[in-house]
Design a protein around this ligand. Sequence first.
Ligand code: AMP
Length: 584
Amino acid sequence: MKTFEELGVAPDILRAIKEMGYERPMPVQEEVIPYLLGNENEVIALAQTGTGKTAAYGLPILQHIDLNRLQPQAVILCPTRELCLQIADDLNDYSKYMEKLKVLPVYGGSSIESQIRTLKRGVHVIVATPGRLIDLIKRKTVDLQYVRNVVLDEADEMLDMGFSESIDEILSYIPENRNMLFFSATMPAEIARITKKYMRHPHEIIIGRKNEGAENVKHLYYMVNAKDKYLVLKRLADYFPHIYGIIFCRTKKETQEIADLLIRDGYNAEALHGDLSQVQRDYVMQKFRLRNVQLLVATDVAARGLDVDDLTHIIHYGLPDDVESYTHRSGRTGRAGKTGTSIAIIHLKEKHKIKKIENTIHKTFKEGKIPSGKQICERQLFNFIDKLEKVKVNEDEIKDILPAIYRKLDWLDKEDIIKRLISHEFNLLIDYYREANEIESPQERSERRERQFGKEKPAGNGKGTGRASEHGYARLFINLGKKDGISPQNIIGLLNDNIQGRKVAVGRIDLLKNFSFFEVKEEDQVRVIQNIDGIKAFGRKVVVDPAQPTPSENRKKQIDKSPRVNSKKSFKGNHPAKGKKKPF
Ligand code: AMP
């Protein structure tokens, strides 16, 4: 492995990066730096974020700058304001000993006048989001004729965000004898097309394989029933007490809902999505960067440009539609040589997406087992004990008060004190998990049902686990049958007695020996499950579940276009740590 000196990095820059703790070049730097120190070179670099790409292009770019010419000589385009500021900061750090060097970040959402004023005074490097740079070009406040280096950082994200035309336009103002560098975490077809358009003989550098996930990221998925998704999320947050991560949701609405639920349940969480103002987003991101927030619930778009290196977990609250988004999301952990875990909480219908992702990223997912209440309590307890062992004791500060405390606790021995300490910290958690039903995966649930009830088939047409429901109705399983002495009226009575508000319309009822099926209007399905599942009736704990359709019924349902089972998201979270910040 070469040193930065051997790669040809100039002394002023070497001094600055050494002070930043850069001892050795990272692989992408080793490849890109010598190449970009040449002239008229074109590079396509496929590397995940967190691999050291900013220095890979930043150092040679700075070295190419003629400090005596106060004109833009390098343009770095990136998708978001946050990334823009981050890159400009990094470049300023690398050029600490290049006193005259001027870097200007230009991005939308901030005063264009002050950017114009700075441009008029003269800058050497512009770091820009495409839209704002076009704006400045149109106002004739920026002259790009001396630009010798152009970087497109997170090119795939920029295309995703619809910047393709702006990039075309910007490049048309830059002379062709330039070094050009494309940086992208993934290689979608659109990038391949665009690089063909702009580059003649690009040198392709791949750190890791194309479209491959970061090397040190572990991929897990948890298969859950849709109604249990939020409860499983909470369990995972409890099971990993040191978690510092992003929970990705699919919509702004879901992002806000999940964040609200987590906050209500006592977790240290915040939402980040496009319905928040820029000021609010900045505030949330800053809190998260400072680790004052442990769980950031975010949409893909809003989390772009959030540059945090040491995330422990990425949680996909449902999988994104395309593999590229998955790679981007999970590439946010396992950065800068650290390890990370990417966890997808999915339901049965998303299983096929896992295979598709595996094939693209060349990694295998492991199926996680939902942690039991006992396992969670143990984990949290040992985490607490661990912290207790390592806590710094401030002898001087407490020495005056200690004798009185010793006297007060004199009647308790060591074991008693430990028990009380643990109970004080954990009674709420232990009580919660004692009361909470264990959560089963759909597979565990059907295996248990089979063990409990055998493979009894319903009467009637006798096909599969039941029959297809009537149009507009959802078919539900209930673990009460003729042997419990119930009649159809009892099932109707059970619903009427336990569900407040609008009366539930019940359709067909099939009573069997050990269990039964009944149908309710689709819009009532979630309400019925939430109110009836888990209650005590006829001397047992009642289980109500969507009836698992047979494959042929499944096909019919698709044709019927009936809504997804349990698609509504209104869960009753009930965390013990309510009002209490989670240990971090
Ligand atoms: P980037 O991919 O540019 O966002 O870099 C990821 C992280 O690695 C940043 O925190 C950089 O400061 C850090 N980094 C980049 N190059 C090196 C290096 N050669 N040695 C140590 N850390 C580095």
